[in-house]
Write a new protein. Structure first.
Length: 299
């Protein structure tokens, strides 16, 4: 009888022990999930409105470049709203905005871009607002691209200057997870910002890559030995994550894609950006998961 009671007691103790352990695990998991969900996002989209989107210069029978951009922006917007909806209303304090550099001369485009600077916090958060964000971004960004293509005045892309003079003020806030999405073909060129320092430059074009002799099998050795790349910007951007979408290398050089990515990777690393990805132009349906994983998945 005593042995039976002892066995029952031991069984109950074991059940109690493992139940407590499982509850502790669940509590830890729940706490971890709530902690990551309550993180505040500050998402910026930097759009390259250079002639890469021109239907005349760069026609694409599969899907035009501007249509791909719109698909990428849609995925970013959906990830942002998904994040908002995963939080309690009182926890919400998140931002999303869209930038160009330089700003287009078209006043309508600049006016629309201001409407795409969205701040959602506990004071204005509502189901109606959250449900309207995707449609707002979809319709207004479509107007921006339509207007830019109709104008047919492409003044180039000054991404280097954006990082040099604007990024800290416009894209980085304390106590936020700062994410920058750049839509570009990987090249940079703007008439007003053409700086060279030895083999370093503030711009990158197919002509420059060819001129630098980075169009053969020894490109990487030459790149590293002779210190090619973008001119270094003396900034600590360790509080920024960057996703570059739309890399579209010239077909005239089989090494062009690798050279472009080497320029960007070296530049980001010099600015202490720890989390970045550089992706080729692809159909939005193939890129949707990449974008949402980058924005929503925790490291």
């Amino acid at each position: 009888m005593k042995k039976t009671i002892l066995r029952i007691t031991m069984s109950l103790l074991l059940i109690f022990f493992f139940s407590c352990k499982e509850e502790t695990k669940n509590e830890e998991k729940e706490t971890s999930t709530k902690s990551s969900v309550s993180e505040n996002y500050n998402i910026s989209i930097l759009v390259d409105l250079s002639d890469r989107i021109s239907l005349k210069k760069n026609p694409n029978p599969t899907m035009e470049i501007y249509q791909r951009d719109l698909g990428y922006i849609k995925s970013v917007s959906e990830a942002f709203t998904q994040h908002l909806k995963s939080k309690r209303m009182r926890q919400i304090d998140d931002k999303m905005q869209l930038f160009f550099n330089p700003e287009p001369e078209n006043s309508e485009i600049n006016s629309i871009s201001k409407e795409l600077r969205i701040t959602v916090d506990k004071d204005n958060a509502s189901k109606k607002l959250l449900n309207s964000i995707n449609e707002t971004y979809s319709s207004k960004t479509s107007k921006i691209y339509d207007s830019a293509i109709k104008d047919d005045k492409y003044i180039g892309s000054d991404i280097w200057n954006f990082f040099d003079s604007k990024i800290q003020d416009q894209c980085i806030d304390k106590n936020y997870r700062n994410i920058l999405i750049i839509l570009t073909d990987g090249y940079m060129f703007y008439e007003g910002t053409q700086i060279k320092d030895g083999n370093l430059s503030s711009y990158l074009t197919p002509q420059l890559i060819k001129q630098n002799g980075l169009n053969n099998n020894d490109w990487q050795k030459k790149f590293e030995k002779e210190n090619f790349g973008f001119i270094k910007i003396d900034k600590d951007l360790s509080n920024l994550e960057v996703l570059v979408l739309g890399i579209n290398p010239s077909k005239n050089n089989p090494f062009e894609e690798k050279v472009i990515k080497a320029y960007w990777s070296k530049w980001f690393s010099e600015m202490k950006i720890k989390h970045f990805e550089i992706k080729n132009a692809d159909l939005p349906s193939n890129t949707d998961k990449i974008i949402k994983d980058f924005i929503l998945e925790k490291e």
